[in-house]
Ligand binder design. Structure first.
Ligand code: C2E
Ligand code: CA
Length: 977
């Protein structure tokens, strides 16, 4: 044992005396002396003394500085008299004891004992700590949850297992109060409370044991066995603390439940068994068959009452459960089996006889035989081996069954001979509509017909639903579901064996059983294909032209009447084209009718190729054809344009040379046209009009077309004259390009739109509205557009050369047809290169009609041009078909609000809303907007208010020749810096 003395004593007397006192050889410890805090620390670390004796003050500090280094070892502080406060503090801080160095040195006498006491005390403390630790370890490892509950504070202490049993981490929720009780199963809660209350009362056993359910954190219930006991009580015996254990007994409870269930099941089974055998007996007693059970030794084991009844056996004989031989003997002697057993079916005679003679050991028991009773009834005897080696024998009275069967056989035979003679076949359906039976056993031909109808050979079809098209079956099923008689239901059937449809006519009668319940159908079928074909042929002859296979006059009149009604409903126009071949008679006369017919056939084919499938091409007889077009535009002008285009196509097609047996032949038609809408004219009147117009075409020199309506005719004539003129005008350089300014919010000119004009030598200035649509139809738009683009780009390059005009951007209108040219991109780039214009200043205005074609291609071209710096505007926005989805995909820079909206923004709320919406839309898509057709200050103000930043219209300038435009531009931009 080592005792460390930390001491610096000023008084040598004390120091030496103390060292003497504790260092006496009689004492059981080794002494170490340190003089300073530093030295003491080293010693405490290396020598690890068992107790420490320390002076209050050390040379370099106080004893308190060293306290942490003591690490709980017993320590005694020495203080001088009068320093008792320091002593008190020492005890408080953790010193084990103190002593006061009295002048008479009497303290030294008790010092050894004091040290020994301190050591003993430290030892007790250590053991206590160890025990506590062991206890804690034990608790932590226990499979039981432990709890400790204080009555007044309601505070609880529990071990880790208590928590984990419930799936919680220790301390996961607050245990203060009765919170944990909420985890107890609601049904068990009262019991738990009562148990605790009970234990808490004086005069009770003060302990309890109870099992209850608690909710595991994962939601399921676990069974807890809880034992509790009062472990601390107050002076009046009132309980202060309750402590106890929780054990998880879920497994045990489950095992118990299972055992109980198994027991119950067992009980139930034996009850069932009893019930079942009772039932079996009841059943045996009540069935109409006689039953007997015989063991391997041929001894009767059991029988039912019907057995006695049927075989007319006396109960006393059978009740003794004799052998079968005994019974047979009785029966034979009574004469049951007749003379020589002849009432028994041949095959079983020997067997029964052997029973009688009791020598049947070697004979096999027949499974089934019939025998007659003396009264003439027939009994069927059936023998079955049971699993246990016994034999079960049943006796059934089959007299009436046999009678019915033979009656049935007779009727079947009658029926069969009937179907043999019928050309129809017979069929039956069950209540579910399945073919159950069919009779077509007559001739081979009828067999084939049947197979085609049902898709299967007659025998195979029984019990199967036949395959046919959906609609056929739906209609058929509806017939069957009606449960009414039907006649001549025509069944078209696709047949694999022969080409084309076959038709079968079916008639049927519903069948109801005695209770009136529907049980299916019976009926007959007949092949009516030949009859149908004849009908179709008759129709063909009646409605179609034999030579060309086209509808004839009669069918056309029918369809025309229908078309008139449809047009009245839809408001769309239709047209009749009366086509007559020019000089057809000559061909007939010179080359003969056969050649004439060949030509007509070829003409018919070409006509059909020129129109849509929904249109009608009819042959009226001779060399006259009539084409009926339907679903044309609702607007008359557009409809006329459509008809004219179709008629020109026909003219062109019929003008191509024909091959008549290797000989090239030329033929032309004259076409008369009338347009119809609604019921304005009758069918006959329309035909007459087209006919009249056709004669006008003939009069006009043949190989041409004429409209019945003079106005339509003149419009058509004007258009073609204009077209011819424009072709010339293009060549003669009669086109002009005008420029209309585009201004910003301050009305400064920022650009221009190039608009084409036609300076016609006779008509004067022609508006593009008149000739652009025609140019688009005729294809003239391509050279025209090319000219506009070249002129515009040259102008851009010219403006670029002067600083005042260098900033002007130019928009050029591009038609859909122009844009759709495969080499459009290359054309534009070539024009830019030739003119030297900057692509950044050029914007192409496209219309929404472009989006009706291949949008992918449009986007690809736009992207291509855009990559070179060219901008794009969508013209006439709001009037067309643009879907937002397309709009987002197009690489556009600008929308142009159509002038029709701008014109009415101040007077029409709807137009105002549209204009506003377009502006908002453009803003959200990050597109610029130019408002077109701004004519008044009011319109400009409205647009400006709604965020429009660019304007075009007469308010700022009309389209004008370039010189005027440039002058005006310079003037405005100078006054508005
Ligand atoms: P657009 O592209 O919508 O051109 C605007 C039309 O509005 C022009 O008619 C213009 O003169 C007219 N306009 C401008 N400001 C006002 C105004 O304040 N009030 C009124 N009432 N009208 C105004 P224009 O020049 O007759 O052109 C008609 C259409 O012809 C153009 O409509 C465009 O679609 C087409 N077009 C014109 N030039 C060309 C061209 O070079 N190529 C193609 N493909 N089409 C062209
Ligand atoms: Ca335009």
């Amino acid at each position: 044992m080592t005792l460390l003395v930390l001491q610096i004593e000023s008084e040598a007397a004390h120091r030496d005396a103390l060292l003497d006192a504790v260092g006496a050889r009689t004492l059981p410890w080794r002494l170490q002396v340190a003089g300073s805090v530093r030295q003491a620390r080293e010693m405490l670390a290396s020598a690890s003394p068992d107790a420490i004796l320390v002076s209050h003050r050390l040379a370099d500090g106080t004893a308190f500085d060293l306290l942490p280094d003591f690490a709980g070892r017993p320590s005694i502080l020495c203080v001088a008299p009068g320093e008792e406060p320091a002593a008190a503090r020492a005890l408080h801080e953790g010193f084990s004891d103190y002593l006061i160095k009295d002048a008479g040195l009497s303290y030294l006498e008790v010092l050894p004992e004091q040290v020994a006491a301190a050591l003993r005390h430290a030892d007790v403390l250590r053991r206590l700590r160890e025990t506590t630790e062991r206890y804690e370890v034990a608790l932590a490892g226990a499979d039981a949850g432990l709890w400790d509950w204080r009555f007044h504070s309601g505070g609880s202490t529990v071990n880790e297992r208590w928590w984990t049993m419930l799936g919680y981490r220790p301390g996961e929720f607050d245990l203060q109060g009765n919170g944990w009780l909420t985890l107890v199963h609601p049904d068990d809660r009262a019991g738990v409370q009562a148990a605790m209350d009970f234990a808490g009362k004086p005069d009770t056993p003060r302990q309890y044991e109870i099992e209850f359910r608690m909710r595991h954190k994962e939601g399921h219930w676990i069974w807890i066995q809880s034992r509790g006991k009062v472990v601390e009580q107050g002076p009046e015996g009132q309980p202060l603390r309750l402590a106890g254990t929780h054990v998880d007994v879920t497994e045990r409870r489950r095992a118990e439940t299972e055992r109980r269930l198994a027991q119950m099941a067992l009980q139930k089974t034996s009850q069932l068994l009893e019930h079942k055998s009772q039932m079996l007996e009841d059943m045996l007693n009540s069935i109409s068959q006689g039953i007997s059970l015989v063991d391997a030794g041929n001894k009767l084991l059991a029988y039912n009452p019907r057995y006695l009844e049927l075989l007319e056996l006396p109960e006393p004989l059978v009740a003794t459960l004799p052998t079968v031989e005994k019974i047979v003997q009785f029966q034979t002697e009574r004469g049951d089996f007749g003379q020589g057993f002849d009432l028994i079916e041949q095959q079983a005679r020997d067997y029964v006889a052997s029973q009688y003679l009791a020598n049947g050991a070697g004979l096999n028991v027949p499974d089934l035989y019939l025998r007659k009773t003396r009264a003439g009834r027939v009994i069927e005897v059936r023998t079955r081996m049971s699993l246990t080696g016994n034999r079960v024998r049943t006796f059934t009275d089959v007299t009436s069954y046999l009678e019915t069967q033979s009656a049935l056989r007779e009727s079947e035979a009658r029926f069969r001979s009937l179907t043999e003679l019928m050309t129809d076949w017979y069929w039956e359906l069950d209540a579910q509509g399945q073919f159950m039976r069919s009779e077509a056993s007559g001739t081979a031909q009828r067999g084939v017909l049947f197979r085609q109808t049902l898709g299967k050979a007659a025998q195979e079809a029984v019990g199967q639903t036949v395959r046919a098209t959906q609609e056929q079956w739906q209609e058929w099923d509806a017939r069957i579901a009606s449960r009414r008689e039907f006649r001549d239901f025509v069944f078209p059937v696709e047949s694999a064996d022969t080409p084309g449809l076959r038709y079968f006519s079916m008639s049927g009668l519903p069948v109801f059983d005695e209770q009136g319940v529907f049980s299916g159908y019976r009926g007959t079928g007949r092949d009516i294909t030949a009859q149908k074909l004849a009908e179709a042929e008759i129709e063909r002859l009646a409605f179609y032209d034999v030579l060309c296979g086209l509808p004839n006059r009669r069918l056309l009149m029918n369809r025309l009447a229908q078309a008139l009604a449809a047009s009245a409903r839809s408001g769309q126009h239709g047209a009749l084209l009366f086509i007559d071949l020019d000089n057809f008679k000559d061909l007939n006369d010179t080359l003969g009718h056969d050649m004439g017919d060949t030509l007509l056939g070829q003409v018919a084919k070409r006509l059909v190729g020129c129109v849509r499938e929904s249109d009608t091409v009819a042959r009226f007889g001779g060399d006259e054809f009539v084409v009926m077009l339907e679903d044309l535009n609702a607007g008359l002008d557009e409809a006329v344009g459509q008809v004219e285009a179709a008629a020109r196509k026909i003219l062109q097609a019929l003008n191509r040379p024909y091959d008549l047996d290797g000989r090239e032949h030329h033929s032309t038609p004259s076409i008369g046209i009338t347009v119809f809408n609604n019921h304005e004219q009758s069918v006959d009147e329309l035909i007459k009009r087209a006919d009249v117009a056709m004669y006008q075409a003939k009069a006009a020199g043949r190989n041409t077309l004429r409209f019945f309506d003079p106005q339509m005719q003149s419009a058509v004539a004007d258009r073609s004259a204009l077209e011819a003129d424009l072709r010339q005008g293009l060549l003669r350089g009669e086109l002009r390009l005008y420029y209309q300014p585009v201004v910003d919010e301050q009305m400064r000119v920022i650009g221009a739109e190039a608009l084409v004009r036609w300076q016609h030598p006779l008509r004067g200035m022609v508006s593009p509205a008149q000739f652009i649509p025609m140019a688009e139809q005729s294809g003239l738009i391509l050279p025209l557009g090319q000219w506009v683009l070249q002129t515009a780009c040259r102008q851009l390059a010219a403006w670029a050369r002067s600083p005042q005009t260098a900033g002007i951007a130019l928009s050029v209108n591009v038609s859909a047809r122009q844009f759709r040219q495969p080499d459009f991109v290359a054309q534009v780039l070539a024009v830019l290169a030739q003119s030297g214009a900057s692509a950044q200043r050029l914007t192409l205005e496209l219309t929404e009609s472009l989006l009706l074609s291949d949008v992918k291609d449009v986007i690809a071209k736009m992207n291509d041009l855009k990559a070179h710096g060219i901008g794009f505007a969508l013209d006439d926005f709001g009037t067309g078909y643009s879907s937002l989805a397309y709009l987002k995909r197009l690489p556009l820079d600008q929308l142009k609000i159509d002038q029709s909206f701008v014109g009415d923004v101040l007077t029409n709320a709807n137009d105002a809303a549209i204009a506003r919406t377009i502006l908002a839309l453009a803003h959200s898509l990050d597109l610029g907007v130019v408002a077109e057709g701004v004519e008044t200050e009011g319109q400009r103000a409205f647009l400006l208010r709604n965020g429009c930043k660019a304007f075009q219209g007469y308010l700022f300038g009309k389209p004008q020749p370039v010189a005027d435009f440039t002058l005006a531009h310079l003037a405005t931009n100078e006054t508005k810096p």
